[in-house]
Write a protein that binds this ligand. Structure first.
Ligand code: WTA
Length: 666
């Protein structure tokens, strides 16, 4: 399929109303850049007959008890509730596995590609079913029951998929924690969700690096005083250390618990609103929040968006490179593809092991038709394109997805032209942990594509741009991105803190979901996401709150103040820049840089390691003591030309000191 695309900055003179005014677009204008009539009609119908649209999508799941009410939703902050298909009952695991057995028992469900290019395993739906049943039986025998929380701190191995689905099968709520998070971050999550059980592995493998996951769990349990974890189930990796430190009262080898279990398990059914999982993500303030997702609505949304956005065709092979520690790894590595009966690839390693040619090689090896990755990875491949493109043909590719951060037009173009050989359509998918699945994306055949733009709302989704008063802006404009009405895949609450959920997402602009992102809408009504408008960084597609990094730095006893900002980074998208002020009396603070860096790393994990640490005698503050981050962002970005108005600073001379400190660091 060929993309007809429109260049990013190109302007045209015909003013077009915003896409939400689909009627006038489709009926009265004929325009080379407008969305296809087919898409517009379906979109318009999904908005006008929203309940019927979602009823139809949900009917493509297998319900043990059909629902009679489609939605029961209020975005009013005084009565916030979000319920979909609420009186229906289903089992998520049955929908992802059992119901495919009649027709697809011998079709590969998960193809696992090891870190080592010689290691791969193909698991059919039948084999996947058996493995999940064994683990479900094992978990039940360990006393895990519906509603219990199970933390998954796992490498990208098949057992991670078994664990998610076995939890879903017995109604336990899984909470995956990315293996790159530190033991301290893990301890916070263990305590916050009051986990009963942890599933981990002795080691994780990424390229040539081994990650001592089990040892981190041990540390986390020491840190998480008064925790409620009974057991830790440990997957033994073939390349493992053999004998990690062991506590007989708590630790169990996964294979010892699972191997002798029956391969049959009778699945109970659960309410559509039964929590399926909790996933922690960073916000602009406080500790990470555990977004709680539902069973019926989430799965309906995962399945629908998977099929539509990737134009999935029966028998195709799909590869999402995300780690299961992130929402993308939940919705588009496990739940979406398996609900749709697809073959999903799970890759253990990293893009550049043994070389940067690996992704292309894996695509050829498994005949991948649909490939889904992040701009940070594409930039990494692009930086050494000769290697990245060598040794593979990639002719099986039909659709290329991107997610996690804005993709710049040149990176988009390389992905389309060079990686996808101009044969695969690019879909830039905008969404969030909170949204459960794609919200804005140019689905295949929805009209011309614009490199760098997420463009069009998915069916049933009503985006808008608002100004700082919450007034809806019309036409070609920029503003804060909000969603006016609910969709089935949306998170239901923050675990244990419903008020924080309301305050964070539904109180800034009344009656609307506030995404925290800014966007521009162009003359064709297409959306261009510009990035976070709050104090959240996006580092290699990973969300990190500046406040979290600052508090980690402040635990260092020699530091009086810290301020974290992002700056443009060639590969990561945003790099982490921290300005620190030493306490009075601390001498040669610069020599402490490395230990501050390792302190932050220890507190949060390698992904939060600052790229630059700048010591400064002071921070730029207003007279009321508020740090002017705008100035810090400019300085971190080496952009000293337009610092804006600095006259309101309590001490304007601080700026020159910061600039000369920045120059010294270069
Ligand atoms: C950003 C990842 C531009 C955005 C699924 C959002 C994007 C945050 C895109 C959510 C995209 C995600 N274009 N920006 N296609 N996709 N983002 O929760 O800032 O890890 O708010 O979910 O990533 O990150 P999260």
């Amino acid at each position: 399929m060929e993309n007809s695309f429109v260049k990013g900055g190109e302007k045209n003179n015909n003013h077009q109303p915003p896409l939400s005014d689909a009627q006038s677009l489709s009926s009265s204008h004929s325009h080379e850049h407008q969305a296809s009539i087919k898409y517009l009609n379906k979109y318009q119908n999904s908005i006008e007959n929203k309940e019927a649209f979602w009823q139809e999508q949900a009917s493509q799941l297998q319900w043990s008890k059909p629902f009679t009410q489609v939605s029961d939703v209020s975005f009013d902050k005084n009565d916030l509730h979000i319920r979909w298909f609420a009186d229906g009952e289903l089992n998520v695991c049955v929908n992802c596995v059992d119901r495919h057995l009649a027709e697809r028992a011998d079709q590969p469900a998960i193809v696992w590609e090891g870190d080592n290019p010689d290691h791969s395993i193909s698991l059919t739906y039948k084999q996947l079913h058996e493995e999940i049943c064994k683990l479900a039986n094992a978990l039940e025998s360990l006393g895990v029951t519906a509603g219990d929380r199970v933390i998954l701190y796992m490498p990208m191995v098949p057992e991670a998929a078994f664990a998610m689905l076995a939890c879903a099968r017995i109604g336990a709520i899984h909470s995956a924690v990315f293996g790159g998070f530190s033991s301290a971050a893990l301890a916070d999550r263990i305590n916050n969700c009051e986990a009963k059980l942890i599933i981990t592995a002795d080691l994780g493998l990424r390229g040539t690096k081994s990650i001592p996951l089990k040892a981190s769990v041990d540390e986390a349990l020491t840190l998480a005083e008064g925790h409620s974890v009974d057991k830790v189930l440990v997957v033994k990796q073939p390349h493992g250390s053999g004998t990690p430190a062991w506590n007989d009262k708590v630790d169990l080898w996964y294979h010892d618990c699972v191997d002798n279990q029956s391969t049959e398990h009778t699945p109970p059914t659960f309410d559509a609103e039964h929590p399926l999982f909790i996933l922690y993500t960073s916000g602009s303030t406080g500790k990470p929040k555990g977004l709680q997702h539902s069973s019926g609505g989430y799965l309906c949304y995962a399945q629908t968006t998977f099929k539509e956005v990737f134009d999935y065709r029966d028998g195709e092979v799909f590869w999402c490179t995300a780690d299961i520690g992130w929402i993308t790894g939940h919705t588009y590595l496990i739940y979406g593809p398996l609900a749709a009966g697809a073959t999903t690839i799970m890759y253990e390693g990293v893009p550049n092991f043994p070389t940067l040619a690996r992704f292309g090689e894996v695509i050829d090896k498994h005949n991948v038709n649909i490939f889904y990755t992040a701009p940070t990875t594409i930039r990494m491949l692009m930086a050494d394109a000769n290697t990245a493109l060598s040794g593979s043909q990639r002719t099986s590719l039909r659709i290329l997805g991107t997610v996690g951060e804005p993709i710049s037009p040149d990176v988009w173009q390389w992905y389309y032209d060079d990686f996808g050989l101009q044969q695969a359509q690019v879909v830039d998918t905008w969404w969030q942990t909170e949204t459960g699945g794609h919200l804005i994306v140019p689905i295949p055949d929805s009209g011309p594509v614009k490199p760098g733009a997420a463009q069009r709302p998915f069916y049933g989704i009503e985006p808008q741009l608002v100004d700082s008063n919450g007034d809806i802006l019309e036409g070609e404009t920029s503003g804060h991105l909000v969603i006016l009405d609910s969709w089935p895949g949306q998170a239901r609450t923050i675990w244990g803190d419903h008020q924080r959920f309301i305050d964070t997402y539904f109180s800034t602009y009344e009656g609307m979901y506030f995404s925290g992102d800014g966007a521009r809408r162009d003359e064709d009504g297409d959306y261009w996401i510009t990035g976070r408008v709050d104090d959240v960084l996006n580092v290699s597609g990973h969300r990190l709150g500046t406040a979290e990094i600052e508090s980690a730095a402040l635990t260092y006893s020699d530091i009086a103040e810290a301020a974290v900002v992002g700056y443009p980074h060639d590969v990561k998208g945003q790099g982490i820049y921290i300005f620190v002020v030493a306490k009075t009396g601390v001498e040669s603070a610069e020599t402490l840089t490395d230990s501050v860096r390792s302190k932050i790393r220890q507190a949060l994990g390698p992904i939060a390691t600052p790229d630059h640490i700048q010591w400064s005698p002071d921070l730029p503050k207003t007279r009321s003591g508020k740090i002017m981050r705008r100035i810090l962002r400019k300085i971190a970005s080496n952009d000293f030309a337009e610092l804006g108005d600095t006259s309101t600073l309590a001490d304007p001379s601080v700026v020159d000191k910061l600039i000369s400190g920045r120059k010294d660091l270069n």
